[in-house]
Ligand binder design. Sequence first.
Ligand code: FES
Length: 334
Amino acid sequence: MPPPPNSSMSIKPREKTTALNPRSSKVVEPIKCNRLWTIDNALCPLGVLWMADGMKLPMKKGLGATDRVDDWWTGPTAMAAYLGIMILYSTWRGFMEADFWIFEEFGRSAGNQTMAIESEGSHVLSPLFSPLILPGEQSWLPTQFHWMSPAMFILIFPAGFRATCYYYRKAYYRAFLQQPTGCAVSVPWNEYAGETKLLLVQNLHRYFLYAALAYLPILSFDVWLSMNFHLDGEHSLGISIGTLVLALNVILLGGYTFGCHAFRHLVGGNSNDWSGSALGRLRYRLWSFSTNFNEQHKNWALYSLFWVMFADFYVYACTDPLFGWTDIVLWGGL
Ligand code: FES
């Protein structure tokens, strides 16, 4: 019995078709999919939707205008709020430990550093300030840079890694730039033209990956440091809540970094043979390992970002009398 004419089963397999957009002389190629509508984002701003057979459907024009009946705006709005809070918080913390202008009134320049918990004899360093770079006579950075917060020296690498991440690009293109706002949702300006011109800078992602890989051992070393308690010449091992917070941070960042598309390509790409040699088989195993994380890259991206900020907030709250938190030692210590 033949399938009903309007069901998705009636759509033929994907085939290349072309249709002439009557508003321009360009030949366009609608994208076929398993649904009844073929939605070509490049055509949305022109006011049309194209069906699988090349027929156009009228589309509303204007900011956010659409015929969609689902809550298409909730995802980009929530993402804008989430990323906005994270960006504001990290910027505030980066400047809070600086030593110029109004920031002299906060942090170490006001006599209360909030970058690391030292009160219990351990050293629980916030990931936003690791590795801790302090200009001065003992440092390779001259004292002229004393006004800069340690975060200002290093945050460009994790920030660049996330800003050029394939997942975050999609998220903030939609959340902040409205390019595109969403499938079949209109915007009054030019259509999304892809990552061209200035956006070619996104290709730096693989280089930010190398920096991000270097961060993992540094942050792991911070976990180790937080387990070493020193007080009045005595030394002991121990575990505090801060240790666990830093350890979970390394795990989440590891899942995010090892699932990176560029990392997956680095370990398994550019190869036609994964079985003919020991190196090929090793690359296959590494690629599979990375793929496991890559399948949940969005979750790793969002949770790891939250936890970096929370880890910093934990250190902040344990060092600033405003909050009055204490880093409780769960085992060992002094
Ligand atoms: S693609 Fe997201 S971190 Fe590389």
